[in-house]
Design a protein around this ligand. Structure first.
Ligand code: C2E
Ligand code: MG
Ligand code: MG
Ligand code: MG
Length: 291
């Protein structure tokens, strides 16, 4: 497989993370001349418990800094990567980086949890489950500290094989979250059939909820539904205080968004955590209380 001018060649994805990955370690060793492919790094965005203001975890998000194009939207990178073997390699890199990072945080005395995103094709073989189990063992990281975010798109493609892979991970203790909840086609079936511990309300609903009563109503019902099924609810795309207060009133468990922090590199996150003081809503009555 060869790279194109705008895709990193297989051998060129590293170094990027805290641990430079030697070219040969992630690819077939095939080197393709693409000029400078830039660097791929993981950024981490805090997730905050709405009731206590404590940081309960982070989501790992891929960033590609291209020498000419600057930061490339991960959605664009992933769309291209999914059409080739590059996606598998990217995901391997993400798993390696995130588990390594979890081990670092442990060594520094933190029990922070991290969620990583997987793409549709990653779940069609059991390979990712094996890789994750292997990395966790190798780095001595407890599976409970890792979470996988899957999208409904992934489930549509081949539900049986996807369910198989997810179940394997669930059995070893890795938590599973349904991402972009509300944007797929058969959300309710998935809630019933999958070993989920969390749903993430898609940011398209959350972004609108302060100004649009329909969006607000949709978010409230999603929170209600997930809560009734015993699932933790995370709202992503929380950009302002008003939205955060609405979510608190609606009984949402966790918020993630620019109101708290943007995604940032691991070292910046460490500094951010050291400065962070829990943000707690005051003067808000919750409509109901959960957990
Ligand atoms: P996602 O998993 O739904 O990630 C949440 C997205 O919301 C992230 O976009 C995050 O930066 C953005 N976000 C968080 N808070 C706010 C906010 O307050 N306002 C707004 N407007 N946006 C906010 P990002 O980082 O651009 O990632 C986009 C998507 O790319 C992700 O959506 C995920 O589907 C995919 N992605 C990112 N990293 C990876 C990865 O490592 N592997 C895979 N397979 N997909 C990834
Ligand atoms: Mg996600
Ligand atoms: Mg999402
Ligand atoms: Mg998305």
């Amino acid at each position: 497989r060869s790279g194109t001018a705008d895709m990193p060649a297989l051998g060129s994805l590293g170094p990027a993370g805290p641990d430079p990955v030697p070219a040969g370690a992630i690819g077939t060793g095939a080197q393709v001349e693409v000029g400078d492919p830039g660097v791929i790094t993981m950024y981490y965005q805090p997730q905050v418990c709405i009731a206590t203001g404590e940081v309960v975890g982070v989501e790992a998000l891929l960033r590609w800094r291209h020498p000419r194009r600057g930061m490339v939207d991960p959605e664009e990178l992933i769309r291209v990567a999914e059409q080739s073997a590059v996606m598998r390699l990217l995901t391997r890199r993400v798993v390696d980086d995130v588990v390594t990072q979890l081990a670092r945080w442990s060594a520094a005395g933190s029990t922070l949890r991290a969620a990583l995103n997987v793409s549709v094709r990653d779940l069609h073989t059991g390979e990712i489950a094996e890789q994750i189990a292997d990395r966790l063992t190798r780095h001595g990281v407890r599976p409970e500290r890792l979470q996988l975010e899957i999208t409904e798109g992934a489930l549509m493609a081949d539900p049986r094989r996807v369910l198989d892979t997810i179940s394997k991970l669930h059995r070893i203790g890795v938590a599973i979250a349904l991402d972009d909840f509300g944007t797929g086609y058969s959300s309710l079936q998935h809630l019933r059939r999958l070993p989920l511990s969390e749903v993430k309300v898609d940011r398209s609903f959350v972004l609108g909820m302060a100004d649009d009563s329909d969006d607000a109503a949709i978010v409230r019902s999603m929170i209600e539904l997930a809560g009734a099924l015993g699932l933790r609810v995370v709202a992503e795309g929380v950009e302002d205080e008003r939205t955060w207060r609405l979510l608190h009133a609606a009984g949402c468990d966790v918020a993630q968004g620019w109101f708290f922090a943007r995604p940032m590199p691991a070292d910046e996150l460490t500094a951010w955590l050291a400065r962070y003081r829990p943000v707690r809503p005051t003067g808000v009555t919750r409509t109901r209380s959960r957990r």
